[in-house]
Write a protein of this length. Sequence first.
Length: 231
Amino acid sequence: MVSRTGNLTEDGIHVDMEHLKKGEVNLGTSIMAIEFDGGVILGADSRTTTGAYIANRVTDKLTQITDSVWCCRSGSAADTQAVADIVRYHLNLYETQNGHPPSVKTAASIFQEICYTNKDALTAGIIVAGVDRHHGGQVWNIPLGGSLHKSKYTIAGSGSSYIYGFCDSYWKDGMTKEEGMHFVKEALREAIKWDGSSGGVIRMCILRKGEKPERHLFLPDEDYATPVKSA
């Protein structure tokens, strides 16, 4: 017989149902982005959890901000979607007023300002990656708390703790597009394997200067990519 404490049972089921009532939806996740010779690659798993329940198996955590800047989202789905929408609005306004698209650093700085200013109210970890006319491909990380870090590759989310060693061992500068895709796919495959909050499919977006975003979808247990319609 299931024992009870107050109105909640200790079998775990009814306890976790309380999260559903509160609407707490988390992107318990694995996200990453890398620079390669010619642009950047963003990648993410597709599992969204609500408490201990899988709310969505095929979430798209790669979000377009401008034609040449995308972001990976981790943390609260509602928080990260709201922040991405606000930044998209500001960058569209910037381009209208200045007559040219914003740089990747400008996009990352606006993300950082919003996340830092509202750090006590948001659960949002963001990776911003893109290409611009001045500096080519760039990757910026805004972890919980709202700091800003530029690096050649970055990983985040609950699954990232399992792949630091993998990424450190296999990363190399100046990867080709094919090498970069393989690196991202294998890293996320390992994260999905070990992290219970990560799962589903592997989504990938490739950004290169002057080209449309190239999107791919991988099944974690298969070696081929299924192309997705370019954004």
